[in-house]
Design a binder for this molecule. Sequence first.
Ligand code: C5P
Length: 242
Amino acid sequence: MSLDERQPPIVALDFSEPADARSLVERLSPEDCRLKIGKELFVSAGPSLVGEWVDAGWDVFLDLKFHDIPNTVAGACRAAARLGVWMLNVHALGGRAMMQSAMEGLEAGSPVGRDRPLLTAVTVLTSHDADSLAEVGVMGTPEEAVSRLARLADEAGLDGVVCSAQEAMLVEGQVKRPFRRVTPGIRPRGAAMDDQSRILTPAEALAAGATDLVVGRPVTRAKDPVAVLQAIRHEMGFTTSD
Ligand code: C5P
């Protein structure tokens, strides 16, 4: 699938109970959205739930943000590729060698005849500001760090970055090839902000250069998650038959 095509939204399954995640997923369709499994659900449900959804035809984004020595991250990526996930991510702060090893792990773990999973990098966590970055030795503004780390991820051969929608345009100017900008902090107009401080609507995020939108609580906490998801897809320009 080319990045010029609209990418279906990614639903962040931030549930503490695997049964709650399962019952939501049963109401959704792999034609309409992708699934993001983060640390909480993965630690409680384990890889078998990932495999179950992959086998059922879902594109699964394993959002575990690996950050360790290159050899360890390569091994984790190899194992994730064997699970058949669609995308996974690492922290760009792990450095060039770690990101290159992650890619090698994905290639090594991908079953013959199957595309390797996409690999994206978190640049700067959106919970950081300039002061908290300086405290851990990253000088300059968060935007400077995002640009620098996006360039590094590009040079290491990754497929894109996870960043705030406000940073998507900035990233687009730093990289030389099709490069995904996966963006959380998406809120349909009128939805609660929850704990996100910088939010954009789906249409605003796409206009700002986001390629893949991550939406969690507006869908997972909705009385009618299917209706909210369809409204988001509509705002992204999908018709019901897409
Ligand atoms: O519920 P909400 O739409 O805020 O969920 C956003 C998802 O994106 C969560 O799974 C959160 O962990 C993730 N995320 C984020 N900000 C980042 C990186 C990931 O909100 N910078």
